[in-house]
Unconditional design. Structure first.
Length: 138
């Protein structure tokens, strides 16, 4: 049961809420209340794998630069989900895995139709190629 005071405040609360504009996602910038010493690691303590990246038609120069950048942050293996198909895939595998066989996994991409109805989008689908998977070294 609401008291008389609550009933009197309700119209004022409703007006205040209506007059406050909700910020857009670009405007939303909450102030952090976390109080701690800041620590920004520049390199991972242990080697890690990036399981989601996209590198379409990489050039040898791009791959060389990518490996240099991977080394600076201790990124051991990168999975490229945009290997393409057919000749494009062969070229991507040769460029990435041919130069650095233990640093990359290349995924084949293909287009799959969801339905034959007009206006239906073609959805890309990735399948890891067994020939591109990393071989385990004991």
């Amino acid at each position: 049961m609401l008291g008389a005071g609550s009933a009197l405040l309700w119209p004022q609360i409703a007006r205040t809420q209506q007059s406050q504009r909700v910020p857009t996602i670009e405007e939303y910038n909450p102030k952090s209340t976390l109080v701690t010493k800041e620590h920004k690691p520049e390199r991972a303590k242990f080697p890690f794998i990036d399981i989601h990246s996209h590198h379409w038609n990489p050039t040898p120069e791009h791959v060389d630069q990518l490996v240099k950048e991977m080394d600076t942050i201790n990124l051991r293996v990168l999975v490229n989900l945009s290997g393409g198909s057919g000749e494009e895939l062969r070229k991507t595998v040769a460029t990435m895995k041919g130069r650095y066989p233990d640093r990359f996994v290349v995924s084949r991409t293909r287009a799959t139709r969801i339905s034959m109805r007009p206006g239906t989008a073609i959805v890309p689908q990735s399948d890891l190629l067994p020939t591109c998977a990393m071989a385990r070294k004991d």
